[in-house]
Write a protein that binds this ligand. Structure first.
Ligand SMILES: Cc1cc2nc3c(=O)[nH]c(=O)nc-3n(C[C@H](O)[C@H](O)[C@H](O)COP(=O)(O)OP(=O)(O)OC[C@H]3O[C@@H](n4cnc5c(N)ncnc54)[C@H](O)[C@@H]3O)c2cc1C
Length: 426
């Protein structure tokens, strides 16, 4: 007779959200299995991290491994707004007291995610690579396990006390329960690729505050017609370049992703110049309908973490940091359930959703306002004004370094002396 396996916790997906949750639960002695559909290392977009990651890495015990990798050091963000020179350069080192370290990294996600997955295994997580979860099993609304198996082979039932859905944009549970809500106001599409040999600025020209770390860079964000461009220098002379466009605008540019990308980049003088000697080394990849927000992030016996719960927009590079943070908060809520008679009811797990909604809310509002700024091409917008108003500058730097529970959009508007009606406070 077929013996079904039983675990304390099943984790679906080995991205940063899933591994963060799995690591903390395994370290606390729980019997955790993690299913990852892909063969690692695998390409993934999401290369610019935030300084708020340090405290998460410390909790996971993975700091030394990440430091040893020698990823490209990111000291801040450079905004090129409507060609209003000079660019707005926001460096975490200007307000170092808010974070464990005043810098972070640009990472190749293939390697970064692999480090986390290997660390999970070392911490005792049973990792099943190239295994897909086809279904989450429910009994009277309570998640009781999953159906999973090696890719293209027979799946079996695996029981658990709790299921963590960390399946990324697939959002396995939210789609099944009809919780996934698109965000029509943010109907964006992204086309992106990698280049070799693109221009690198001298860090001494951009890092005008604090210690200039050898070889360090900033994430560059430049506005263009219909959206914006990212320019993220990585190791080995490789640069990640992507455009995020209003979907209707992108369709007007052409049918093929390569044409849309080329035409959008041609609208950005500085990035066009930086790429003039470079070679594109990857086919264009496209992600459409970028933003969605699920109605709920938890239920009886399950939680949704990272992109499986929501994703709004990549402009402030919040995805990986929020994903890891949601994994940590979910693990904390589940451990609380273990400490309280193995109570994994929706009621007990609701603390997770309360904790993660607050930081998400702040970055969401900022993202909505970013697109308002782009629509108006407001030459006096709050990002440009952060050059003159020190309090506003401080709050932006904290927010854009990942301090989502350290500042609010209301504080930002107050510092800018802006009536809240000017900007969207949803
Ligand atoms: C255009 C774009 C640019 C971005 N740029 C940035 C950036 O610069 N910085 C940043 O921080 N974030 C960025 N992001 C966001 C970032 O990519 C995500 O927020 C982050 O990867 C979320 O991590 P996760 O662990 O939730 O999901 P993922 O990293 O997507 O991991 C989910 C994992 O689950 C696995 N999986 C899925 N379904 C199953 C299944 N049924 N069974 C088993 N395994 C399964 C997948 O193979 C995958 O490995 C960007 C996003 C987009 C769309």
């Amino acid at each position: 007779m077929l013996q079904h396996e039983h675990f304390d916790v099943v984790v679906i997906g080995g991205g940063p959200a899933g591994t963060s949750a799995a690591i903390l639960l395994a370290k606390a002695g729980k019997h955790v299995v993690l299913f990852e559909r892909s063969a690692f290392p695998r390409f993934h977009i999401g290369e610019s991290l935030l300084p708020a990651c340090w405290e998460i890495w410390r909790r996971l015990g993975v700091t030394t491994k990440i430091e040893a990798e020698g990823f490209t050091v990111k000291q801040g963000i450079n905004f090129g707004m409507f060609n209003q020179k000079p660019d707005v350069v926001l460096l975490t080192a200007e307000y170092p007291e808010y974070f464990e370290r005043p810098y972070t990294y640009h990472v190749e996600r293939a390697r970064f995610d692999e480090i986390l997955l290997e660390h999970a295994e070392e911490c005792g997580v049973i990792v099943r690579r190239e295994w897909s979860v086809s279904e989450v099993l429910f009994e009277d609304g309570l998640a009781i396990g999953v159906t999973a198996g090696p890719n293209n082979k027979l799946a079996t039932t695996i029981y658990s006390l709790v299921v963590i859905d960390a399946s990324g944009r697939d959002s396995l549970i939210a789609r099944k329960l009809g919780w996934r809500q698109p965000l029509p106001d943010l109907n964006k599409v992204s086309h992106f690729t990698h280049f070799k040999g693109a221009f690198r600025r001298n860090p001494h020209d951009i890092v005008t505050f604090g210690e200039v770390i050898d070889g360090s860079v900033t994430t560059d964000i430049h506005t263009i017609d219909g959206g914006w461009v990212w320019y993220i220098p990585l190791r080995d002379n490789i640069t990640s370049v992507g455009v995020v466009l209003d979907t209707r605008y992108s369709k007007k540019l052409g049918d093929s992703p390569q044409t849309c990308f080329d035409k959008a980049i041609a609208n950005c003088n500085c990035v066009s110049d930086w790429l003039s000697e470079a070679t594109q080394i990857m086919d264009i990849k496209t992600i459409s309908s970028i933003g969605y927000l699920n109605e709920h992030f938890h239920g009886d016996g399950f939680v949704l973490v990272g992109d499986a719960s929501m994703f709004v927009d990549p402009v402030f590079s919040a995805g990986v940091t929020l994903a890891m943070r949601s994994g940590v908060l979910a693990a904390d809520a589940i451990l609380d359930g273990f400490a309280n008679g193995r109570d994994f009811s929706a009621d007990r797990l609701s603390q997770y959703e309360k904790c993660i909604r607050k930081p998400m809310d702040n970055i969401f509002k900022m993202i909505y306002n970013w697109y308002r700024i782009l629509e108006r091409k407001d030459a006096n917008n709050i990002i440009l004004r952060s050059r003159q108003i020190p309090m506003l500058r401080e709050q932006f730097i904290v927010l854009l370094s990942g301090g989502y529970d350290k500042v609010t959009i209301k504080q930002i508007l107050a510092a800018a002396d802006e009536p809240t009606s000017t900007y969207l406070i949803k």
